[in-house]
Design a protein around this ligand. Structure first.
Ligand SMILES: [Cu+2]
Length: 335
């Protein structure tokens, strides 16, 4: 799947397209050399310069704009090497990517209204959770301290029922549960709704890769656009690419467009999941599930199969690339 923007260095795209171009050029040379690392290393010093910069900034802060800015000069230097090269689906840390990172504890940056709502729901519930944690902890510690047997050998001798406190500790949790449940159900049913999508993408899980179909668009042979998406093995990875997350053919989406994913499987149960877009939907053989997505910015979003589906369950990642509508139309016209 050729991506036309991968080898164009427009000024508007700045460092990201240049970096993407250089990494795809580097990937192109390595695939020509059939993964021979020595050939890839010696292919071009400019590509090496940008890839070492990519590696330097990748561990520091993924998605940190300052790191990307810092290495953009190196990427710019190699953009001439990228010019005119017919790239395969390349990638780099510069792709404004949204991926898991080591020791990450919070959510990835949201890229869809659903994910924003989910993060907000999480924060609201966490408000009650922290109060409950400290309230219950305080009660527990004070009981342990006051009713230890050395202080009160027969502590419950005069302890009777306290109707009022029993009412309080029964009704208060019920109210809190209702306060949590209503926004949760509201969001659940909102996310379930698929309203008037502009286009559909069929994602089919296989052991162990994903295949995609764009049933609204025809390619040059008057057939539906469809392709398989395999993981890039570790031996073929470029510096700065994400191990176990990179694929050869990405899902290309237009931004700010209501897209429906139709999700199914060919063999066993898989699960199509992209955290930054709030997608997680099981893929069943013989059944079509659907989820609605509106990606509200350009970017590259990484996900993984989320249903234990066999020995290579970890080797069927998902990469969704959101581009402007103009770029999407250009990509369509090249299929
Ligand atoms: Cu799977």
């Amino acid at each position: 799947m050729t991506r036309p923007w991968a080898d164009s260095s427009s000024a508007a795209q700045g460092s990201s397209s240049a970096a993407q171009g250089s990494s795809s050029a580097a990937q192109g040379s390595s695939s020509a050399a059939q993964g021979s690392s020595s050939a890839a290393q010696g292919s071009s010093s400019a590509a090496q310069g940008s890839s070492s910069a990519a590696q330097g900034s990748s561990s520091a802060a993924q998605g940190s704009s300052s790191a990307a800015q810092g290495s953009s000069s190196a990427a710019q230097g190699s953009s001439s090497a990228a010019q005119g090269s017919d790239s395969v689906a390349g990638s780099g840390i510069f792709d404004n990517c949204d991926a898991p990172r080591a020791w990450g504890l919070y959510f990835q940056d949201s890229a869809s209204p659903q994910m924003e709502a989910l993060v907000e729901l999480h924060n609201n519930i966490m408000f009650y959770l922290v109060i409950i944690l400290f309230g219950v902890g305080w009660i527990l510690l004070s009981i342990i301290r006051n009713y230890v047997s050395s202080n009160n050998p027969i502590s419950n001798k005069y302890l009777n029922h306290g109707t009022f406190i029993e009412l309080v500790w029964t009704i208060t949790p019920a109210i809190i549960l209702i306060l949590i449940a209503f926004p949760s159900f509201k969001l659940l049913y909102l996310m379930d709704e698929v309203t008037d999508p502009s286009m559909s993408i069929v994602a089919e899980g296989h052991q162990w890769y994903w295949s995609y179909q764009y049933p609204d668009f025809l390619d040059s042979n008057d057939e539906f656009i469809e392709f398989d998406s395999y993981i890039v093995p570790e031996s073929d990875l470029e510096d700065g690419s994400l191990r176990m997350l990179e694929v050869d053919n990405r899902v290309i989406l237009p931004e700010l467009t209501h897209v429906r994913f139709i999700i199914t499987a060919a063999d066993v149960i898989h699960s199509f999941a992209v955290p930054a877009l709030a997608i997680k939907c099981d893929a069943y053989p013989g059944r079509l599930n659907q989820v609605s997505v509106l990606v509200n910015r350009e970017g590259t979003f990484y996900g993984q199969c989320s249903e234990i589906c066999g020995i290579l369950h970890s080797s069927m990642p998902i990469v969704v690339e959101s581009v402007s509508i103009e770029k999407f139309l250009t990509w369509l016209s090249m299929q």
